[in-house]
Ligand binder design. Structure first.
Ligand code: CA
Ligand code: CA
Ligand code: CA
Length: 278
């Protein structure tokens, strides 16, 4: 009984497979035209053109217009920006179809980034091309050398003669590495304090009056930039400038000479509040 069932099952399987073979053969015999070939889509070629390097505070145009698809067309351009480890947040990519603008703001240091374009053709096939860009920091190279002994003289060292003590210039860049307006305002403030210290050292009343006016201009500029935080921000610059006892004493002498006098007030709209780093 048992063996009979097995042999019946085998016969059924044999019959089924024969039917399958016959129907496969019959299918091709009955159709005289060649079987339709699956269409082969050529993969598109991504091409990204742009410079190998740029600097901070610059816009750069990148183009994927040379990308192509031999048997169709490109229907989509996908842009990607890879900042690597750099997280200062002042680098952005503004895609606009086949082109994109790389916007580099302030940098604290040189860095390398990658931009990639992915093109998609009308059949959905993709290709990618990446470009490495070196972004160059500019401000450190503009700084003067750190003086060997910046505190030896009350006036300090201003080797590049821009009115700002060289050691203070270096500290201002450290304080505001990502804000040029704040650096230029801080540099202007440091230059005004240098005038104040000089007038206090010399005890010259005319110079002290002029220096007091410069300090009032500085205050107006700081209020314009920082509002309620102005005096706190100005105090940072004052501390950098009055960093020795002799400098503090010169400032105190100036301050005493001003007691009882009424300072001028200024409209920041009429003032030059920035002292650029040349
Ligand atoms: Ca294609
Ligand atoms: Ca910089
Ligand atoms: Ca200087």
């Amino acid at each position: 009984m048992h063996s009979m069932t097995q042999s019946t099952t085998r016969r059924h399987l044999l019959a089924l497979s024969l039917v399958g073979m016959l129907s496969a053969c019959g299918g091709s015999d009955s159709d005289s035209s060649p079987a339709p070939q699956p269409e082969v889509n050529l993969i598109p070629v991504a091409q990204l053109d742009g410079p190998a390097s740029t600097t901070e505070r610059a816009d750069v145009l990148l183009s994927a217009e040379a990308s192509s698809d031999a048997d169709g067309g490109i229907v989509s351009y996908q842009w990607q920006l890879n900042l690597g480890g750099y997280d200062q947040g002042q680098i952005s990519l503004l895609p606009n179809g086949e082109t994109a603008t790389l916007r580099v703001g302030e940098l604290a240091e040189d860095t390398e980034i990658e931009i990639a374009i992915t093109v998609v053709d009308d059949q959905g096939a993709k290709d990618q091309h990446a470009l490495l860009l070196t972004l160059e920091e500019l401000d450190k190279d503009k700084l003067p050398q750190m003086p060997d002994d910046p505190d030896q003289e009350v006036a300090g060292v201003d080797a590049d003669s821009d009115g700002v003590r060289d050691d203070v210039e270096i500290k201002i860049l450290e304080l505001y590495p990502l804000s040029r307006p704040e650096r230029e305002l801080a540099r202007m403030g440091a230059a005004k304090y240098a005038e104040v210290i000089a007038s206090g050292t010399e005890g010259d009343d005319v110079k002290q009056t002029l220096a007091a006016n410069e300090l009032a201009k500085m205050s107006a500029c700081f209020v314009n930039e920082y509002g309620m935080e102005a005096s706190q921000k100005a105090a940072v610059i004052r501390a950098l400038m009055l960093n020795t006892r002799e400098r503090q004493q010169a400032y105190d002498a100036f301050d005493r000479s001003r007691s009882g006098t009424v300072g001028n007030s200024y409209d920041p709209a009429n003032l030059d509040c920035q002292l650029p780093q040349e």
